[in-house]
Design a protein around this ligand. Structure first.
Ligand code: PLP
Length: 422
């Protein structure tokens, strides 16, 4: 059958067409979209807030290739260096060979394989919970879980610096959301005491905050939750694999696994794969299986990602020396950067927020570092509050001492040249 060319379907005035491998396609109709987006982007540019993609031509690791050059990267969330661990790579490759590339449907249709169930058992154990449920990403997990548990008439209490996915989960749920000051249990207590007694209450917080590296006062928050009859959900995206004797996270380290209603963790950060999970009671998981729309209506995690994450759980539990090395690097870098004269935020984790303030100057520092073979992009609003632009410096377990030394030298030079250090 002859295919009708698109040019006729759309009745393009100027019928000039270009050719690509896939054939002829019409010149785009001018709907005014470009006229709107052009000035918006120009505005971002003028404010030093435009973002763009840097492409990397190597795999992940302590050193990566960008623009034909090898640089030390100090900005990933691959805390334990597992994303390119040969054991994870082999497990993923074997899974592809045995099971194929895609799950083919959502978990509730035909997408659940033995390996999903096995991974969920391992994750529940890692989190000392009865059960766990895997999602396609942390973003899926957070918006799915918050909106599955809460609805209109309920009240959510959310830390001011919570991740975008938690904020969007609150919005989607249609519950009333009260934002409490960052890591401030006193303010949370005031908001709880002023809240309507009707309806369910939920406290939502990260344990390790992604851009500041500080840690929520979990024991106080749990205490408030019990006192006011609220549930508590904690996002351990940056704590899983990094905190706790077995890498179970801050909840585990604080001995609060039995007190926290919902734990969320991700598979794409310290676990070196992709995806996320919630851990908690059996009924929580059964409810989410029915009611979390991002679980029900999204394709299951593919075999390669599941297999890599499964091996990562064993590595996280079995190789505490990786955590030790990560922490050693972070402690050393933190004191050396401070000695150099940089201002670091009050972090309690391997996330080192090197505070610059001014957006343009943060970009300049990042560019000067790049010239010296170190890759750390500037983090600007709206990811962080206005006036607090920073470089989020994160070493990993697989950086060598030499990598760190090279980077520290570059920081000292780049700091002076960019005017961040005086
Ligand atoms: C990265 C992150 C997420 C999202 O996880 P993805 O798997 O990358 O979608 C959620 N919460 C926090 C705190 C994060 O840092």
């Amino acid at each position: 059958m002859q295919r009708r060319p698109h040019v006729q379907i759309y009745r393009i005035q100027d019928a000039s067409v270009r050719t690509r491998e896939c054939g002829r396609f019409p010149r785009r109709v001018m709907t005014g979209l470009d006229d709107t987006l052009g000035p918006r982007l120009a505005q971002l540019d003028a404010n030093h807030l435009r973002r763009s993609l840097k492409t990397i031509s190597s795999g992940p690791g302590p050193r990566i290739w960008i623009g034909g050059r090898e640089v030390v990267q100090l900005c990933s969330n691959d805390y334990l260096g597992l994303a390119a661990d040969p054991r994870l790579q082999r497990a993923a490759a074997d899974a592809v060979a045995r099971l194929g590339c895609g799950a083919g449907s959502s978990r509730l249709v035909s997408g659940t394989m033995d390996s999903h169930a096995d991974l969920e058992r391992a994750l529940a154990e890692l989190k000392m919970a009865d059960a766990s449920l895997v999602f396609a990403s942390g973003y899926h997990a957070n918006i799915g879980v918050v909106s599955a548990l809460m609805g209109s008439g309920d009240t959510i209490f959310s830390d001011q610096r919570n991740h975008a996915s938690l904020i969007d989960g609150c919005r989607l749920s249609r519950a009333s959301t009260k934002v409490y000051r960052h890591v401030d249990p006193e303010h949370l207590g005031q908001l709880l005491s002023a809240a309507p007694t009707a309806g369910q209450k939920l406290i939502v917080t990260e344990t390790v905050f992604s851009m500041d590296g500080d840690v929520a006062p979990l024991r106080d928050l749990v205490g408030l939750a019990r006192h006011w009859g609220a549930w508590i959900l904690v996002d351990e995206a940056h704590a899983t694999g990094v905190f706790g004797e077995h890498g179970g996270g801050v909840v585990q380290e604080s001995g609060l696994a039995a007190e926290v209603d919902v734990q969320v963790g991700t598979l794409g950060k310290a676990l070196g794969s992709l995806g996320a999970f919630t851990a908690g009671g059996r009924l929580l998981v059964d409810w989410l299986t029915n009611a979390a729309r991002t679980f029900v209506y999204s394709t299951a995690l593919p075999p390669a990602a599941v297999a890599a994450a499964r091996v990562a759980v064993d590595v996280v539990r079995g190789e505490p020396e990786r955590r030790q090395r990560l922490w050693d690097h972070a402690t050393m870098m933190r004191s050396r950067l401070t000695d150099c004269g940089f201002r670091l935020g009050p972090t309690c984790s391997p996330i080192l927020p090197l505070l610059v303030g001014d957006d343009a100057r943060a970009l300049k520092l990042s560019a000067e570092l790049f010239k010296r073979g170190v890759f750390v992009p500037a983090i600007r609003p709206p990811t962080v509050p206005p006036g607090t632009s920073r470089l989020r410096v994160v070493p990993t377990a697989t950086h060598s001492t030499e990598d760190i030394e090279t980077a520290l030298e570059a920081f000292a030079d780049a700091g002076r040249v960019s005017g961040v250090l005086r």
